[in-house]
Design a protein around this ligand. Structure first.
Ligand code: PEP
Ligand code: MG
Length: 325
């Protein structure tokens, strides 16, 4: 499987039946971008900005953030870079925000919920992003959107900051694509509604799986329930991808599932447009996709979606695709 990977570094990602998809990478620091390019990544599908805020004593300033976003955009030389606004809370805490301890942090005050309650903090990040937008191909995504009003409020704040900058004579890219993370089941179910108001979805399966099966992604005792191939998860993914396409929008995935050898055939068959993974997984994924027929997999999709258990899905995968489980 690892053999003969090097030649895929310079090639586009195309299935055996000629369908193109995009393979991009997840990063947590601007300097990670170099490794993405060396591994044949076609862009950044998720820059987790939390790491600019962590391991320090106060919030990063607008200029510090601007420098980081400019840095990653320049390193990627015009290739698409999806930057996610602050997703703090849950497993990632910022001691200097002095937030009260919560009984259920994963169901609590995190990500966009916190940003909308702290517009000072959020607007600072949005301004830094907007100022950096002329340095490359920036796209913005919002984390943990659970309800339409959150998306609308976030977009409104972005628009206001854009107008403020333009009024102040500061250059901002004309068109910045705006997307949202699909990582809460309510948003997956309502994807048809959300699709009308975004440019792309980034499906965050790490959280989507935990919330769908009510199984903490970090708790070993319930790890048996944390199952990417659970038919409930697959049906949600299909709903989201179809909803995006119905509105002519792109469906991307940046959860760990997007880089899993066994999941790639299923996601390709569902029509996923963009797979974002660890940089080291890009070339193996490109090779695998070159051996798969999207059309053929698509024809067995209904059958897979009708299966009753994850075990049945996995058996089907190992029987039909050139991968080991
Ligand atoms: C996800 O939930 O799948 C995701 C990509 O976000 P994070 O892992 O940062 O929560
Ligand atoms: Mg997440």
């Amino acid at each position: 499987y690892q053999a003969g990977l090097a030649k895929f570094a310079q090639l586009p990602t195309v299935s055996a039946d000629g369908c193109a998809v995009r393979l991009v990478a997840n990063i947590s620091a601007p300097s990670d971008a170099d490794n993405v390019l060396q591994n044949g990544g076609e862009g950044i599908g998720l820059f987790r900005t939390e790491f600019l805020y962590m391991g320090r004593r106060q919030l990063p300033t607008e200029d510090e953030q601007f420098a980081a976003y400019k840095n990653v955009l320049e390193r990627m030389k015009g290739k698409p870079v999806v930057i996610r606004t602050l997703d703090i809370g849950g497993d990632k805490q910022l001691p200097y925000l002095n937030l009260p301890k919560e009984a259920n942090p994963f169901l609590g005050f995190r990500a966009i919920r916190l940003c909308l309650k702290r517009p000072d903090l959020f607007r600072t990040q949005l301004r830094a992003l907007l100022r950096a937008s002329t340095c490359g191909n920036l796209k913005i995504t919002f984390p943990m959107i659970a309800a339409l009003q959150e998306l609308r409020q976030a977009k409104q704040l972005l628009l206001e900051e854009k107008e403020n900058l333009v009024k102040a004579g500061i250059a901002v890219a004309d068109k910045i694509e705006v997307g949202m993370m699909i990582e809460v089941p309510s948003s997956a179910v309502m994807a048809d509604v959300f699709a009308k108001e975004i440019d792309f979805f980034s499906i965050g399966t790490n959280d989507l799986i935990q919330y769908t099966l009510a199984a903490d992604r970090m708790n070993k005792q319930v790890a048996y329930l944390y199952e990417p191939f659970h038919p409930a998860v697959l049906r949600l993914l299909k709903t989201v991808i179809d909803a995006a396409h119905k509105e002519g929008k792109r469906a991307a995935m940046c959860g760990e599932m997007a880089g899993m050898e066994a999941a790639i055939p299923v996601l390709l068959g569902m029509g996923l447009d963009e797979f974002s993974m660890n940089a080291s997984a890009v070339l193996p994924a490109r090779k695998l996709i070159s051996q798969l027929s999207k059309k053929e997999i698509g024809q067995s999709m209904d059958q897979m979606l009708q299966m009753e258990t994850a075990e049945q899905v996995k058996q089907f995968i190992s029987k039909h695709f050139p991968i080991k489980l």
